[in-house]
Design a protein around this ligand. Structure first.
Ligand SMILES: [Zn+2]
Length: 256
């Protein structure tokens, strides 16, 4: 293989590696935000559960006050009962007592409902706390992994930058200029594999003589369409018919 072509392939690998690392690093703030959002959601569930429990307890206290009011009335009626003179009065007070007892019973039933509900709400609040603790642990672990990944990405970028500087020095200046120009125009991808007679990045079919030249890998050849520098990887050649009618990637999106 042409030595410069070989160096350009390496250069492209280095650029693509660095590019991917930079893009992944750039996602860092979003990924941090997603971790914060997970914790916020878990904290919110705890707060909501505690709030429900507090409202339950408030409602129960109100009901107990009502019971006390009716109990008070009951004891007054019982006092009155001692003082009544006639059977009619006696029955009237007795009726009031019966009514107040009914009230107390109804409210006490409601208190009981609230107490049962409180058991569920207390359990739910505890579950939310447990889940928050678990989420905190998981988020801490994810944050550590994220930081470790960032450190590794940084060191990848540093390593690649060093390797790139070394690789660039060995490449013919004119060839390098072509690479850099195409790289700028084509989103950082200046080298493309030619396979089955097609440029695998812009998916346009190469002229037969261009593909034949590329197959030899002994010169710097550019795609007529996207200008990328083409190379041929023999291991990827599946069948001998490089120029079949139906191109594998000629339809669909064109990322060039
Ligand atoms: Zn192309």
């Amino acid at each position: 293989m042409n030595a410069d072509l070989e160096r350009l392939i390496l250069l492209q690998q280095l650029d693509s590696t660095a590019d991917a690392a930079r893009r992944r690093l750039a996602e860092g703030p979003e990924r941090e935000k997603a971790l914060d959002a997970r914790l916020d959601a878990a904290r919110h569930r705890v707060a909501a559960a505690k709030d429900q429990l507090a409202r339950n307890q408030g409602a129960r206290r109100e009901l107990e006050k009502e019971v006390a009011v009716h109990q008070n009335r009951l004891s007054k009626f019982r006092d009155q009962l001692m003082a009544v003179k006639t059977n009619v009065e006696y029955q009237a007070v007795q009726k009031e007592i019966g009514f107040a007892q009914g009230e107390v019973k109804a409210i006490e039933d409601k208190v009981l409902e609230r107490m049962l509900e409180a058991d569920e709400l207390t359990a739910a609040a505890k579950r939310a706390e447990t889940e928050l603790a678990a989420e905190q642990k998981a988020v801490d672990a994810d944050r550590r992994a994220l930081n470790a990944e960032h450190t590794e990405l940084q060191s990848t970028i540093e390593r690649v930058t060093g390797e790139r500087a070394a690789a660039v020095g060995a490449i013919d200046k004119q060839v390098l200029a072509i690479f850099e120009m195409v790289s700028r125009k084509r989103n950082g991808v200046a080298v493309a594999e030619a396979r089955d007679g097609i440029c695998t990045i812009c998916h346009v079919r190469l002229r037969p003589q261009v593909f034949n030249t590329v197959r030899r890998n002994d010169a710097i050849t550019q795609c007529d369409t996207c200008q990328r520098i083409l190379y041929f990887a023999s291991k990827n050649e599946v069948q001998g018919s490089g120029f079949s009618v139906q191109g594998s990637g000629s339809a669909g999106s064109n990322p060039s």
